[in-house]
Design a protein around this ligand. Structure first.
Ligand SMILES: Cc1cc2nc3c(=O)[nH]c(=O)nc-3n(C[C@H](O)[C@H](O)[C@H](O)COP(=O)(O)O)c2cc1C
Length: 145
C-alpha cells in the first residue's frame, strides 16, 4: 500500500473552545476510520499541529476539507511525503493538549512544548520537529499494549 504522511500547522481561533475540540475529534473518529487514516492532533491555546497518515489521495482530500474549516485559519502544509509504515496503528485520532501537559507534566512538558513551538518559528522540517510526533506515537503504542 502506498502510504504517505501529511503534516500541517494552523492558528486555532478563539471561538474554537474545548467543546469544539471534542467535536473535531468526534468527526475524525467517525470519518478517518473509513478512509484508513490515522494520526494525531496537537493543540495549544492558539495553535494546531496535525499529523495524518494513509493513502496519499485520501489524506490530501481530508486536508483540503480541513483547511477550509472556520475553527482555524492559516493552514499551512508542512510535509507531504511517503512513509514506510504507520506511526499510529491505532484507529483513534490521538490528541494532545500542549497546555495541559505543561501544567501537569512539567518534567517532560517543557521540552515537548519547546519542540511544539519550534514548528511555528520557521518552516524547516527537522528531525527534532518530527521527534515530537514520534514521541507521542510511542506513548500511544505503549498505552495500548
Ligand atoms: C484542526 C482541525 C482538525 C481536523 N481534523 C479532522 C480529521 O482528522 N478528520 C475529519 O474527518 N475531520 C477533521 N476536522 C473537521 C473537518 O474540518 C470537518 O468539519 C469534518 O470532517 C466534517 O465532517 P462531519 O460533518 O462528518 O462531522 C478537523 C478540523 C479542524 C479545525
Amino acid at each position: 500500500m502506498n502510504l504517505h504522511r501529511l503534516i500541517y500547522t494552523s492558528v486555532r481561533k478563539a471561538e474554537c473552545d474545548d467543546q469544539e475540540i471534542s467535536n473535531i475529534l468526534a468527526s475524525a473518529e467517525k470519518n478517518n476510520v473509513h478512509a484508513d487514516i490515522t494520526g494525531i492532533l496537537l493543540h495549544s491555546k492558539d495553535r494546531f499541529l496535525q499529523y495524518i497518515e494513509g493513502e496519499p489521495q485520501k489524506i490530501k482530500s481530508l486536508y483540503d476539507k480541513i483547511k477550509d474549516d472556520s475553527r482555524h485559519a492559516g493552514a499551512m502544509m508542512r510535509d507531504f511525503s511517503p512513509i514506510d509504515e504507520r506511526l499510529f496503528p491505532s484507529w483513534e485520532m490521538g490528541h494532545v493538549d500542549m497546555n495541559e501537559r505543561l501544567a501537569f507534566d512539567t518534567k517532560i512538558g517543557f521540552k515537548e512544548k519547546a519542540a511544539f513551538d519550534a514548528w511555528f518559528e520557521d518552516t524547516s522540517l527537522t528531525d527534532s520537529k518530527l521527534g515530537i510526533i514520534k514521541r507521542f506515537a510511542k506513548s500511544q503504542k505503549s498505552s495500548n499494549s
